[in-house]
Write a protein that binds this ligand. Structure first.
Ligand code: PHE
Length: 337
């Protein structure tokens, strides 16, 4: 072996060690180059046999061989070990994944979506108004006398400067007509507030959806047929509506609307309290005074309006017996609907 052969042996050993594919291959190479009978021995023997003048060169070259091959061996060993470690926590496609709940819409949101979708198909658009209303839009513009019970501070949350938390989505009717000429065909879902003591069927904060249809010749018959259609679409094909005379300041005539019970088909059951009917909404023909307050000509147009509670619809459709369940945010309970 001469010096340049030792140099090329060093280069080859480093290349071989760096390319070892497995720990076993690496061990075989270690034995071949650095083992007791390996190449390192030949190099050491050549060093011993070298003439004295060449010894320093041989000494350096043998040290370089040892240190470079040992470093290549250690580097490759570390690389193979970390590759093995990475492979050992490899992704196991047979393990069950972590469960991520997809979430559900709140029953109130579902009912707002369903009712607005039904009325959209009937040509209504969605309008909205502020939760903080003025006495004007919530009462005055809706033909509500100054001494009407609904204005009582026992029933309404008043705020400074003739403002209040709206008690009904009917306030949106007044706003919308003031800002838009007839014809009008809108539904307005939204929050309402009343000073009710919370119990199984009352909440101080609830939701309504209002409807308003104004045109040249809208009649009570239109109201009846549109409500009948809505009843079937929402509750099921066999469901009918009936009108009972009532009073609201902003409609004349006014009615309360019942739907035939969707549970028993009208025969009488627990849900309809054995009457076969369920009270669903207030409605009527828009009072001429409401048109006047909004700047409409009561001789040129007529209209109907209705308003209903969303929580009540959700409770009926999902069989929820206590309105408070809708606000307690118990996700496992709510997510079943
Ligand atoms: N605003 C009435 C209520 O809250 C419902 C209603 C709306 C009645 C529109 C007639 C017309 O009870």
């Amino acid at each position: 072996m001469n010096l340049s052969e030792l140099e090329s042996l060093t280069t080859r050993a480093v290349a071989d060690l760096s390319a070892a594919a497995t720990p076993a291959d690496l061990e075989a190479l270690r034995i071949r180059y650095l083992g007791r009978n390996g190449a390192v021995n030949d190099a050491t023997a050549a060093l011993k046999a070298a003439p004295p003048a060449e010894k320093p060169f041989w000494g350096k070259a043998v040290n370089a061989f040892k240190s470079r091959t040992e470093k290549a061996l250690a580097d490759r060993r570390a690389a193979l070990a970390s590759a093995a470690e990475a492979a050992s926590d490899d992704f196991d496609p047979t393990l069950p994944g972590a469960w991520i709940s997809p979430g559900t819409l709140h029953p109130v949101t579902q009912l707002i979506d369903r009712t607005t979708a039904i009325f959209r198909r009937m040509g209504f658009t969605v309008a909205d108004g502020p939760d903080i209303e003025t006495e004007h839009y919530n009462f005055d513009a809706l033909n509500t006398p100054a001494d009407h019970v609904s204005r009582d501070t026992q029933d309404t949350f008043y705020l400074p400067a003739a403002r209040l938390l709206r008690t009904q989505t009917s306030a949106v009717q007044a706003r919308y007509m003031e800002a838009n000429p007839p014809p009008v065909r809108i539904v307005c879902p939204g929050r309402c507030y009343r000073r009710d003591t919370t119990d199984a069927t009352h909440s101080a904060n609830f939701h309504q959806i209002e409807g308003l249809y104004v045109d040249r010749a809208v009649s009570l018959a239109n109201l009846k047929s549109d409500i009948d259609h809505f009843a079937r679409e929402l509750m099921g094909p066999g469901v009918k509506s009936r009108f009972r005379p009532h009073f609201f300041p902003f409609t004349e005539p006014s009615v309360e609307v019942d739907f035939s019970c969707h549970m028993c088909g009208g025969k009488g059951c627990r849900v309809c309290k054995h009457s076969g009917w369920i009270e669903i909404m207030g409605a009527g023909m828009v009072d001429p005074n409401v048109f006047l307050a909004a700047g409409y000509d009561p001789d040129a147009v007529t209209g109907y309006a209705f308003g209903m509670g969303i929580e009540r619809l959700a409770m009926l459709l999902f069989g929820i017996d206590d309105i408070r369940r809708l606000y307690e945010n118990v996700v496992p309970y709510l997510s079943q609907f």
